[in-house]
Design a protein around this ligand. Sequence first.
Ligand code: CMC
Length: 493
Amino acid sequence: MWEETKEITEIVLRAARKASQEPISQSEQALPGKAIHWPVECAIGPGLEGAIACESKVGYVNGLQGQLVYRGYDIFELCAYSCFEETCYLLLHGRLPTSSQFGSFRKQLAEYRHVPKTLRLLMSFPVEGMNAMGALRMGTNLMRQEFTFGDLEIAKPDIAQAHESDEDTISSEADPGDKAESFYSFDTTNTVVLTSMEETIAVSGSRKPAKGIRHQEVLQDTSSLDSCCHLIAGAPTLTAAIARIRNGQMPIEPDPELSHAANYLYMMTGRRPTEIEERIMDIALILHADHGMNASTFAAMVVASTLSDIYFSVGAGIAALAGPLHGGANEQVIHMLRQIGGPSNAKEWYAKARARKEKIMGFGHRVYKAYDPRASVLGPLARHLALENKEAQVLFRTAEALEKEVIADLGQSKSIYPNVDFYSGIVYSCLGIPTDMFTPTFAVSRVAGWCARVLEYLKKNRIFRPRAIYTGRLGEKYIPIDARHSAGKPSKR
Ligand code: CMC
């Protein structure tokens, strides 16, 4: 594929050269590799700005130099020469795979891309009317139900049977009364043998965990590398299915011959992408895979630190990513560009937005005080794709005009530049991804970073438990509700 898509590699390499020539005003203070002695002294701002919560070898964001590194490899290097599957392996295992390791990993992803039972469960909910990130979050939760032996083997009979029963064979309760048997119980002849446990346990269809299965074992099983592969592979299948269901179409089976990126586009659009489209999707996935202790990664890690599991952690990550200050910004950017309407309106639109003190979506970052390297790649890719797409052409030229205005106003003074979400939406729409699936597409990639960081953190786990500075009252005396109207204001202390 690389031969046919040389021009795309050239775009990445040009972006890398341009980024390396950007002037750097300050030098980064906390360089990686320094020995850490806990407790670490650091100045902490609201929103945990500047707080250091853990050590990590997964990835590094150098905000002053606009540099993003996964496991020691610069993001430009990975975009030019790697692919998303290999990047996932790198993030999870800490090193690039040998060709046999890569073969096995791809095979496992190809297998895990099939999640028919989860899809069937998902389709029993009104996905077409749900928020897409909400549906994806629910989907990953349903994947957990299918994957954990605790839930799958112990709590349920064979899922196909459960569906058959739901559809055809359960008669409604005519008179439940107060009889103990009046609730539905699964077929008790359905005996399951768990061979993964030291002891072999025969379980009847009881909803209670069988004796001898410790809860901890169930949880560990769902925070393993296997579960991570399951989530990384399953997330695009779910996301594509959600897009189709919301569009009144049936989900499409993954094609074992296609790469992760190509499969995602194929399952979503029903059309096998061109090599250029596949390569650009692949680069977009690489660019979004990990990004330090961002809000969704932190949310995932907080959940994992309680010894919950990776599925719940990823669910927390999806929930946090959905907001417009985080991954949700990519959808907001497209709405904003459409609202501006064309490059010639950008100046006036920006002046009015600034007068209203609005934040401009797709700009600014807690860590980057230089041009976001991900935007350095996505901008030129958006330009390339927009050449053949009239609507995208207008969006792109509008984005360029807005970027000029924002940087002229806030670049020097506030170090505000485009971030990853500014150009990604134009790229996604040119690839046939509907606007409401932009943020889920971000999640399809970031699930790799969530998993890698959770796995790493769990090796030296300590529950996250920061403090708040209490600024409320103390010593209030409880007033019964009937007496409150006459009690007036709470006492001042
Ligand atoms: N437009 C205009 N002004 C901005 C913007 C913006 N997009 N971002 C920050 N500022 C100003 C802000 O008004 C503040 O000014 P002042 O000092 O005068 O009060 C200053 O810059 C610092 O802003 P902040 O909100 O305190 O910065 P933060 O680190 O808390 O927030 C951010 C970071 C990304 C939430 C913020 O820049 C923002 O809201 N950007 C727009 C939403 C967006 O694009 N989000 C995607 C982030 S990157 C991808 C991802 O992580 O998902």
